[in-house]
Design a protein around this ligand. Structure first.
Ligand code: ZN
Length: 465
């Protein structure tokens, strides 16, 4: 009981403080007060969602995607298996489903196989040896670029920080007789542990060269500490790839005069070598759970649920989706909600942010901030961030926002915290999913979106008219 109250008090204080820090006492904070006052009336409608959405159910989808399927790199078979699973779920809720295919670039995928049957997915250098003919040898861990023991072995070494330097590492290892090279990526681009990468070699080499995540390297070194380790290296060049968006639509019961549509979209792919429990099976799980609950209610606007493909390859699914829309279709889209990483257990990711590309407010940020206020849930805060599927919509002038748990130290300069296991093999349910945060995200996003699509309720809109 105490813990709870203390936590709540802390949350309210931090929220108010954070808002005034982020946007100053004028402007946004003022808007926020308005929302609080007007939002109360929507409480009863919120309960229609909050009373039914279930975080465990959403996490069952996360389990299927991140454990039954595993990694889901854009364009590969696993991503299509995920698309079929999502389509099956939508159909089971009674929705009609469309697939939208689009071409994506080649993938160079590597496998490291162990005697006990374990297989790791890494990323291969296109200019290295790409073959399903295994290279099997002992692994040697190289420190300080000392290649004196690599002859006839597979060299595991910490990747140098520059591309030019790791190319030199590869050439030196091969010159000393290494029959394979595994480069361990140390740090990622967001302060996270290093993730897999496709080494970019200018000079082709006739041995396998793979980019491993930090944790892959540490796991290998742990094994080596217990004795010699032999692995088999194989790789495949996947070409003529198609990725896929899965689209399900809930039709408005009684179409009102504006014929508007609201989109809830989450990417279903993951990066190479990572099962992507939080990034972004969590967003798909949240979307499927809301699709299940909303099916029981009438809405005044169409709700379109979209599982975007190949987000990790450059927002390719959402770009394709927006690009093929006519201007008339774009004008019909009132708001786009994009949950991407909505259930991390990472302590420092304290708040659920409703991020717009430029930090401006819109229907998506306001409806969810208002929902949080009505529910007495102060996890939600507005913010400014790009790098997800809300960007192509923003660029097309369509109100959109990304939902993500993060810790923000400052906006200018932007200093933020996301989980260290982001984009790594440890983005799993066990290491990176919080049921409590999934529930909070379901409540806030679920109520905020419901408020927008149920015209007779949103107090906010009436006030502004
Ligand atoms: Zn993501």
């Amino acid at each position: 009981m105490v813990v709870k109250n203390k936590k709540l008090v802390k949350r309210i204080v931090s929220t108010t403080l954070a808002v005034s820090i982020a946007f100053g006492s004028l402007g946004y904070a003022a808007g926020f007060e308005n929302v609080l006052a007007n939002g109360k009336s929507g409480y009863s409608q919120d309960q229609k969602v909050v009373a039914r959405v279930n975080a465990e159910r959403a996490i069952e989808h996360v389990r299927y995607l991140s454990e039954e399927i595993g990694t889901r790199p854009g364009g590969l078979e696993a991503e299509h298996i995920a698309a079929d699973y999502i389509a099956k779920e939508f159909k089971s809720f009674g929705y009609d489903v469309d697939y939208q295919y689009f071409p994506v670039g080649d993938q160079f995928i590597a496998n490291v196989s162990f005697d006990n049957g374990t297989v790791w997915e890494l990323a291969a250098a296109p200019n290295g040896k790409i073959s399903d003919e295994a290279v099997t040898a002992e692994v040697v861990s190289v420190e300080n670029n000392d290649f004196s023991n690599v002859d006839g072995k597979i060299a595991l070494l910490p990747r140098a920080s520059t591309v030019a330097d790791y190319r030199t590492q590869v050439n030196d290892a091969v010159a000393e007789g290494a029959v394979g090279v595994i480069l361990q990526s140390l740090v990622g681009s967001r302060g996270n542990f290093g993730q897999t990468f496709n080494p970019n070699l200018t000079t082709p080499v006739d041995v396998p060269v793979y980019g491993a995540s930090y944790i892959h390297g540490e796991w290998l070194k742990e094994k080596l500490a217990n004795g010699p380790v032999e692995v088999s290296l194989t790789a495949k060049h996947h070409s003529n790839l198609q990725s896929v968006n899965v689209i399900a639509t809930k039709k408005a019961k009684n179409r009102n005069n504006d014929g508007k549509t609201v989109i809830l979209g989450a990417h279903h792919d993951s990066v190479v070598g990572a099962p992507g429990a939080n990034d972004n099976a969590s967003g798909v799980g949240l979307m499927l759970e809301l699709a299940r609950v909303y099916q029981g209610y009438n809405t005044d606007k169409d709700v379109r649920f979209i599982a975007f493909g190949s987000e990790e390859r450059g927002l390719l699914g959402s770009r394709h989706y927006v690009n093929q829309l006519s201007q008339e279709e774009r004008d019909q889209i009132e708001a786009v909600f994009v949950p991407d990483m909505v259930a991390t257990s990472y302590e420092k990711a304290e708040n659920l942010y409703a991020m717009t590309v430029d930090g401006s407010r819109n229907t998506v940020t306001d409806s969810t901030v208002a929902a949080g206020a009505r529910l007495g849930n102060s996890d939600i805060l507005p913010g400014r961030f790009g790098s997800s599927d809300h960007v192509p919509f923003h660029n097309a002038g369509i109100p959109a926002a990304l939902f993500i748990w993060m810790g923000i130290d400052s906006w200018d300069p932007l200093i933020y915290h996301i989980e260290k296991v982001y984009h790594t093999p440890q983005d799993t349910i066990a290491d990176n999913i919080s049921t409590e945060r999934m529930q909070s995200a379901l409540d806030i996003i679920g109520s905020g979106l419901f408020d927008v699509v149920r015209k007779e309720v949103p107090a906010l809109e009436k006030k502004n008219k």
